[in-house]
Design a protein around this ligand. Structure first.
Ligand SMILES: *Cc1c(COP(=O)(O)O)cnc(C)c1O
Length: 386
């Protein structure tokens, strides 16, 4: 409906919203469990209330399990994944500092743009969208550039490629650089292994691997990152995302910085609680085994995956659009028929891939078979013959 035809009357507003039923098989937001919706609807308390402070602490502790971080700090930024990205850049990439970016997709470009706006000197190692960096080329790049900070995207949602951080972190620490890892899509769905990998700063979101509504960005900071933060003399250029202030508010003094989104913390606590009840390893395994079935079935009908088998994100499958099929029409058919949402590609992958998330409550054999049957039906209706 065009804006000109949209005359809102009070009548339209007299009933609560009735969103259509959707099966969210896209890259995010992912499905939210009823328990998390229940938590969202609980009465709020003040943001300095001892009860809320306790909720915030519990969230920080539960996040350590999901991140695989022991020492250092976990905290939560009020904003979506991009706010976590901006907090990482604004606090750790100082003006004129050299930042090395592993660039192989849309989100490393977003990171680059944020760092550019902070006045950083940026060097990039580029790869085609869907490829990853091998250990030796990653270390060679860092040894050559000797950057102050290194950034990479663990699970690149625009391509479906998973980048191991081991060699990047090892080379960065040897060069005295700090490592920022984008874990927006990976946290909760697959191992982040923050400590084991050697990440210094990781940020994520609530609406992908954690199966929560969007609105918060969990972060993990290593002891090294905390020391960097303390040693910083010029304040970060962003007041709202100043991690010194946010860390002080959320873990030390609990002095007012900004009003935390109370209800979203209830939701995140419930989602993390459900993860710990299931067992984080069991959850990873559930996603991994659904991914294996997905690939087997997809290849069984003659379709091909975009990313090579050793570097796939288990929670987000990227499937090549078969020749002669219009991917936009397949997506429209799925949304308008069974109410299934999936995503297409963009940038250099526009029209070339489907992005299909199998995560959270949807990552079960039954749900997957339901999806695959509908997906095949839609493909056939659009002219694909198996
Ligand atoms: C979704 C995503 C972001 C941005 O998160 P928002 O919650 O949309 O702000 C950043 N990086 C990656 C890898 C993502 O998938």
């Amino acid at each position: 409906m065009s804006a000109a035809h949209h005359h809102l009357s009070v009548h339209d507003l007299s009933a609560p919203p009735e969103p259509p039923n959707r099966y969210l098989f896209g890259p995010g937001p992912s499905m939210v469990h009823p328990r998390v919706y229940q938590a969202l609807s609980k009465p709020i308390v003040g943001h300095l209330d001892p009860y809320f402070i306790q909720v915030m602490h519990e969230v920080q502790e539960l996040l350590k399990i999901a991140f695989g971080s022991g020492g250092g700090s976990t905290l939560v930024i009020s904003g979506t994944g991009s706010a976590g990205m901006e907090a990482a850049v604004a606090n750790f990439v100082e003006p004129a500092a050299k930042l090395a970016v592993f660039a192989n997709g849309y989100f490393s470009d977003r990171l680059t743009e944020m760092a550019r706006r902070q006045g950083a000197e940026i060097v990039r190692l580029e790869k085609a969208w869907g490829q990853t960096f091998a250990d030796d080329e990653a270390s060679e790049f860092i040894r050559r550039e000797k950057p102050k900070v290194v950034a990479y995207v663990h699970a690149e949602t625009s391509t479906g490629a998973l980048q191991s951080g081991r060699a990047i972190c090892a080379a960065a620490h040897e060069a005295g650089s700090l490592v920022i890892a984008d874990c927006v899509t990976s946290l909760g769905g697959l191992p982040v292994e923050f400590d084991q990998t050697g990440i210094d700063v990781a940020y994520s979101c609530t609406q992908k691997g954690l199966s929560c509504p969007p609105g918060l960005s969990p972060m993990a900071l290593s002891e090294r990152a905390m020391a960097w933060l303390r040693a910083r003399t010029a304040p970060a250029r962003s007041w709202y995302l100043d991690l010194k202030l946010i860390h002080d508010y959320s873990t030390v003094s609990h002095r007012y910085h900004h009003t935390a989104p109370i209800s979203m913390f209830y939701a995140l606590r419930e989602a993390l609680l459900m993860i710990s009840e299931e067992g984080i390893e069991n959850r990873w395994e559930r996603h991994r085994s659904c991914h294996q079935v997905f690939v087997r079935e997809i290849e069984g009908v003659g379709l091909r995956m975009h990313v090579s088998s050793a570097h796939r994100i288990p929670t987000l499958n990227t499937v090549l659009v078969p020749g002669g099929v219009d991917e936009g029409r397949v997506r429209k058919r799925l949304l308008e028929g069974p109410g299934i949402e999936i995503a297409g590609g963009f940038g250099p992958l526009a029209g070339k891939i489907f992005r299909i998330g199998v995560m959270g409550p949807l990552a079960t054999e039954d749900n997957l078979q339901f999806f695959l049957a509908e997906f095949n039906k839609a493909l056939r209706a659009e002219g694909y013959s198996i």
